[in-house]
Write a protein that binds this ligand. Structure first.
Ligand code: BGC
Length: 683
C-alpha cells in the first residue's frame, strides 16, 4: 500500500488531461488509467445477481468468448427474505470473489432503494420496505464483497423508487422520511459497511439531480456521514459539468460511447484550463479515486485474484435460495409432498420452465447454468414418479387467442389426469425490469383464471408464485391448498424449490415487504403518488409499507415478516432489562412441531406517547435461529438509544423522548406473540 504522501506525490505528477481521464468513462464500464505512472483504469461491472456479461467496452457489443459465464445468485429481494445476515455476508463474499476473478474493481451492487410501491420495476434488485431490514442485510453483504479487493457500489442514492420517468422525475420528500426511511440503509452502508463507492441516482430530489445535489453529496454524505470514498454517477445521471463537479460527484459514467463528450471530459478540461473551475476540485476527485485504488491494492502490493463458478458458490446459492422461499399457506399440511408416495405429478406454468438470468436490465447475467423449477423437481424425483407438464399460459404477447385457449385446455387436461398439481407462475423480467414499472398489481396472462380452473379440477393444487415483488395473490391464495413465494432465485432456484416442496428443507423465509389485498392499500397508491411523472410527492412521509397498514388498520393479504414453516414455534418468557445505556430484551422460542427448522424472530418497538406521531410498530431487531425438534433457545436483543429515537420535524433533529415503550416480539409484523412495556428515562 502506498502512503498518503506517496499518493499526493502521484497526484502531483499528473497533468490535467491525465486527471480528467480518471473522472469519466473512457469505455462504458471503465475510466482511463495513466500508463506512464502505472495507474490502471477503474473497471466496473453490474450487478446484484452476479457479474454481468462482458461488453467490448468502447461499444455495447458483446464479448463472444464464453469466459464471462458466472454464478447466478438469488436476487436481493430473495436474499432479504432469508432474514439471515450470515447469508448476506456469504452472498457478498461470493459476489466479490466472482467480480475479482473477472478482473473487476467495482461491483455495482447492492441495490438498496426502499420498496415504496409493489409496481416499481426494479424491486427485485432491492430488498425491503423496511430500513432496518435493509441495513442489517446490506452491511454484511458489502463487507463480504470488499474482502476480495473489490469495492461495493451501493445504489441508487437516493429516493430512486420508481422507473417511470426515472431519468428526470423530481421527488419531494420531507426531512423526516429521508432520515427515518430513505437514508438509514445508505448511512449504514457507508458508516458500518464501509462501502468504498456509492452510485448517485438518476432522479432529482427537491429540484436538483442527485448528481448535482449539494445537499445529498456534500451535506449528507460527506459531512454528516463522513463518507471518504468515490461517488459515481449512474449511467447518464450526470447533467452538467460545473454544478455536478462542485456538488461533489467524482466520476461521471454514461451509456453513450462518445466518451470525450461526457460532461466530465473535454468540457471539464476546458473549464479548468480557463479558470472557471478550480483545479483543486478535480484534484479532490482524483485523490478519492487514488485512495480507493490504493485500498484495493491496485497501485502496489499483491491483489487477490478471486474465483468463480466454484462448487462452494453453488452450494451457498442453494442454501440461500432454500431459505428465501416463503410458505404462505399450507392447508391440511399438503406440503411437504411425500416423494415416496406420490405417483404422478403435473407441473403447470411457464415459470416452471423458463430461465430468468438473462433478463431484468443491468442486472442480467450470463449464468453458467440455471435450474428451473421443472429441472429441479425432475432431478429431485429422479424418475420415480410420472411427471406431466403443460405451459398453461404464455408470456408471448404475439400469441393469439387460440394459442392461449389451447394452452389452457392442455393444462386442464393434465390437471385432471395427475394426482397432484404444482402451478408455477408469477412474473418474469418483462415485468420485473429496469426502465419501466408495472401498470397492474394482478398476475399477468390471465393466470388467476387459469388457477381457478385448475382448482375446480384438482384440489391437490400447490401454487408457486415467482416474482421479485409483491403481486395480487387473492385468487392464488383462495384457490390452492398451499401457496409458496419464490423469487428470481439464482442458478439453484429450481432445486431449492424442490427441496422445499418435498421437505428436504423446511421453509423459513419471511416476506421482506407487505403483500396487500388491493393496490390502493399501499400508501403511495392511496394518495395517487405512484408513479409520478415529472414530480412525485412522498406525502405519505414515513408511512411506507407496514407502517402505513398499521396506522390505517388495513389487513394485508400477507404481512411484512410473514412466513410459515413445516413446524410450529412457541414463544414465551419475554424479559426486558433497562440498563444504563441499553435495554436488553430476551425471550424463549421452542420448536414444538415435527420437523427441525429455522425461525426469524422479530422485535418491534412502539412508542406509547410522543410529541409527533410515530408508527405503531418499527422493526428494531431480528434473529434467525436454528431449532431442532423439541429444542428451545433463548434469544437476546440489545436496544440502544438510537433504536428508541425518531426524527422530530419541529426540532429538526433525532430525539429520544423518555417514557414508556412497548416491546413486541413475534413471528411477523401482524403475529406478535409477546409483549412487555419498559419505561425509559434517558439511556
Ligand atoms: C442502472 C444502474 C447500473 C448502470 C450500469 C443503469 O441503467 O440504473 O443500476 O449499474 O446502468 O449498467
Amino acid at each position: 500500500m502506498l502512503t498518503e504522501t506517496q499518493l499526493h506525490d502521484l497526484l502531483e505528477q499528473m497533468n490535467l488531461e491525465e486527471k480528467i481521464g480518471m473522472v469519466h468513462g473512457d469505455e462504458i464500464f471503465r475510466t482511463k488509467g495513466v500508463k506512464r505512472l502505472n495507474i490502471p483504469p477503474l473497471r466496473m461491472s453490474d450487478g446484484p445477481m452476479g457479474v454481468r456479461r462482458e461488453f467490448l467496452g468502447k461499444t455495447w457489443g458483446w464479448h463472444i468468448k464464453g469466459d464471462d459465464m458466472v454464478s447466478y445468485f438469488p436476487s436481493n429481494s430473495a436474499l432479504a427474505a432469508t432474514w439471515n445476515t450470515e447469508h448476506a455476508y456469504l452472498f457478498g463474499r461470493a459476489l466479490g470473489a466472482e467480480a475479482r476473478s473477472r478482473n473487476k474493481d467495482v461491483i455495482l451492487a447492492p441495490g438498496i432503494n426502499i420498496i415504496r410501491s409493489p409496481l416499481c420495476g426494479r424491486n427485485f434488485e432491492y430488498m425491503s420496505e423496511d430500513p432496518y431490514l435493509i441495513k442489517k442485510m446490506a452491511v454484511p453483504l458489502i463487507k463480504g464483497i470488499q474482502e476480495n479487493d473489490v469495492a461495493a457500489c451501493v445504489k441508487h442514492f437516493a429516493v430512486n423508487n420508481q422507473e417511470t420517468d426515472r431519468l428526470k422525475v423530481n421527488v419531494e420528500a420531507d426531512e423526516r422520511s429521508m432520515e427515518e426511511i430513505y437514508f438509514p440503509g445508505f448511512k449504514a452502508a457507508v458508516q458500518e459497511g464501509k462501502s468504498k463507492t456509492i452510485m448517485a441516482a438518476y432522479n432529482r430530489l427537491r429540484g436538483d439531480y442527485c448528481c448535482e445535489s449539494t445537499y445529498l453529496l456534500q451535506e449528507v454524505l460527506r459531512k454528516r456521514w463522513g463518507f471518504e470514498g468515490v461517488i459515481i454517477s449512474d449511467w447518464n445521471a450526470c447533467h452538467s459539468t460545473e454544478k455536478a463537479a462542485r456538488a461533489g460527484l467524482d466520476i461521471e459514467m454514461a451509456v453513450y460511447t462518445d466518451f470525450d463528450k461526457y460532461y466530465f471530459a473535454d468540457n471539464l478540461y476546458n473549464m479548468v484550463s480557463s479558470g472557471e473551475i478550480p483545479e483543486e476540485i478535480v484534484d479532490e476527485k482524483v485523490m478519492h479515486i487514488l485512495k480507493l485504488m490504493n485500498e484495493l491494492n491496485m497501485l502496489d502490493g499483491t491483489r487477490q485474484t478471486g474465483e468463480r463458478n466454484t462448487i462452494e458458490h453453488q452450494v451457498y446459492t442453494l442454501k440461500t435460495a432454500e431459505e428465501s422461499i416463503v410458505l404462505l399457506k399450507n392447508e391440511k399440511n399438503i406440503l411437504p409432498l411425500d416423494a415416496r408416495k406420490i405417483k404422478s405429478l403435473a407441473i403447470v406454468g411457464e415459470n416452471a420452465i423458463i430461465a430468468h438470468s438473462e433478463g431484468g436490465g443491468s442486472a442480467e447475467i450470463k449464468a453458467l447454468y440455471e435450474h428451473t423449477p421443472f429441472t429441479g423437481i425432475s432431478m429431485y424425483l429422479g424418475g420415480a414418479c410420472e411427471i406431466g407438464y403443460a405451459r398453461g399460459y404464455t408470456s408471448d404477447e404475439n400469441a393469439d387467442r387460440h394459442v392461449r385457449f389451447d394452452l389452457r385446455e392442455e393444462a386442464k387436461r393434465i390437471a385432471s389426469a395427475y394426482e397432484t398439481v404444482i402451478f408455477v407462475g408469477g412474473l418474469n423480467h418483462r415485468h420485473d425490469v429496469e426502465g419501466k414499472d408495472r401498470t397492474e398489481y394482478q398476475l399477468p396472462y390471465e393466470q388467476d383464471e387459469l388457477i381457478k380452473e385448475l382448482w375446480c379440477i384438482n384440489e391437490n393444487l400447490v401454487v408457486v408464485n415467482m416474482s421479485g415483488t409483491a403481486v395480487d395473490l387473492k385468487v392464488a391464495s383462495e384457490c390452492s391448498r398451499a401457496l409458496l413465494q419464490t423469487w428470481y432465485n439464482g442458478m439453484e432456484g429450481g432445486r431449492a424449490l424442490a427441496n422445499i416442496l418435498f421437505g428436504d428443507a423446511n421453509p423459513s423465509g419471511k416476506l421482506p415487504f407487505t403483500f396487500a389485498k388491493e393496490l390502493t392499500d399501499y400508501s403511495s397508491h392511496s394518495i395517487g403518488e405512484f408513479p409520478g411523472v415529472k414530480d412525485v410527492n412522498y406525502t405519505e412521509s414515513i408511512y411506507v409499507g407496514y407502517r402505513h397498514f398499521d396506522a390505517r388498520d388495513i389487513a394485508p393479504m400477507y404481512a411484512f415478516g410473514y412466513g410459515l414453516s413445516y413446524t410450529e414455534y412457541k414463544y414465551s418468557n419475554i424479559k426486558a432489562d433497562v440498563k444504563k445505556d441499553s435495554v436488553i430484551v430476551s425471550c424463549d422460542v421452542e420448536n414444538t412441531g415435527n420437523a427441525d427448522g429455522r425461525e426469524a424472530v422479530q422485535l418491534y418497538i412502539h412508542d406509547k406517547v410522543s410529541e409527533e406521531n410515530r408508527p405503531i410498530k418499527e422493526l428494531k431487531g431480528f434473529e434467525k435461529i436454528d431449532l431442532k425438534m423439541g429444542e428451545s433457545k433463548s434469544v437476546q436483543f440489545t436496544l440502544l438509544r438510537d433504536d428508541f429515537s425518531y426524527f422530530n420535524s419541529t426540532k429538526g433533529r433525532w430525539v429520544m423522548e423518555a417514557g414508556e415503550f412497548d416491546i413486541l416480539i413475534g413471528a411477523s409484523s401482524d403475529d406478535i406473540r409477546l409483549e412487555t412495556t419498559v419505561e425509559i428515562k434517558n439511556i
